[in-house]
Design a binder for this molecule. Structure first.
Ligand code: TXA
Ligand code: MG
Length: 317
């Protein structure tokens, strides 16, 4: 039997250099970020982008996030506005993605943007991916390193389990500190949260001193990733439950519930950041067992709890 973990390599200078060499050949590399692991490729190369879509089995209408080292690099590809600079100064590098107008002179592959005239951009904070971005003369298109509509990976082993031996390099930078995908905020018209994340709508609203929409208030869904059946362990899931039945998994939060072999606690200390970090790990654990159903208790809908509830709702759909 082949070992699916054999292409995992530890982060060190030699392996970072190897990854860079590979990316320059328009090949894909799985890399750590502070949110989830990404499947990276040269954003200026149609060839590299096609490989990403194919590996993930991702619908071509679902655009990718482009990752940058600096604003100077981004200025070549997107129209920057005042709100962008305010949010950039406060939160970047960090777990936030901006939707901006794409420049007509941009070299970013149209396939990466699903032929839209907008572009999603992010400046990841993880030091290893920043080392890589700094040494490249192109940005990296990077969706989460999982098969389309599967669970996002929060460690190198998760990536290997998604792709088996299909990826030549999985750079192991340890566990993701945040564990849930970046907040996606549209800055092209009215400010609009397309995907909640670690940085909350309230924080963004406060910094900008303005009213913010969230995707539900829009008739057309702008982020295809916000469509149903995402982040799913593939087992029926019921939310806002208070008790569990035999042969079912029970996802709990805090100390209120009796723990058994079928309970999975997001955070014993009722800490929402810890819960976000544990969410996908617990999804993956449950997926590996023979449960018929997953019951989930009510999770406080504030701060990163809003993002957790968003992912739970999608998984339950
Ligand atoms: O934390 C993250 O954002 C991770 C790490 C690897 O950076 N990446 C990630 O990428 O979550 P992905 O592909 O799994 O999700 C990207 C989301 C999708 O929902 C996609 O539809 C949306 O961003 N998106 C990308 N470009 C867009 C655009 N021009 N307009 C609206 N939504 C866009
Ligand atoms: Mg994803």
């Amino acid at each position: 039997m082949t070992n699916i973990y054999s292409n995992i390599i530890k982060v060190n200078n030699k392996n970072i250099a190897r990854s860079i060499k590979y990316l320059k050949k328009n090949e894909t590399v799985a890399v750590p970020t502070e949110t989830v692991y990404g499947l990276a490729g040269n954003a200026y190369s149609d060839d590299a982008i096609r490989k990403i879509f194919k590996l993930k089995n991702r619908p071509t209408i679902n655009p990718l996030i482009i990752h940058y080292y600096s604003v100077d690099d981004l200025a070549k590809d997107a129209e920057l506005n005042k709100k962008f600079f305010i949010l950039f100064k406060k939160f970047c590098p960090g777990p936030i993605t901006f939707i901006l107008k794409k420049k007509s002179s941009s070299r970013v592959s149209n396939i990466a943007n699903a032929k839209l005239d907008t572009i999603a951009v992010r400046f990841p904070k993880n030091k290893d991916i920043r080392k890589i971005l700094k040494k490249l003369n192109f940005p990296l298109a990077m969706p989460s390193a999982n098969k389309s509509s599967s669970i996002s990976p929060v460690c190198a082993k998760d990536v290997a389990e998604e792709f088996k031996n299909k990826l030549k390099i999985i750079l192991d930078g340890g566990k993701c500190k945040i564990g849930i995908e970046s907040t996606v905020v549209d800055l092209t018209q009215n400010i609009n949260i397309l995907r909640p994340g670690f940085i909350s709508k309230d924080k963004i609203s406060k910094i900008l001193n303005s009213k913010i929409f969230s995707n539900k208030s829009l008739k057309t869904i702008k982020a295809p990733g916000s469509l149903k059946k995402h982040y799913s362990p593939g087992i029926p899931m019921k939310l806002n439950q208070t008790k569990v039945f035999n042969n079912c998994a029970f996802i709990i939060f805090g100390k209120k519930y009796i723990e058994t072999k079928n309970t999975f606690n997001l955070s014993k200390n009722s800490n929402l950041n810890e819960a976000a970090r544990n969410l996908y790990k617990i999804f993956r654990k449950i997926k590996g067992k023979q449960y018929k159903k997953i019951y989930v208790v009510k999770i406080p809908n504030k701060g990163v709890g809003i993002a957790i509830n968003d992912r739970l709702k999608h998984a339950a759909n």
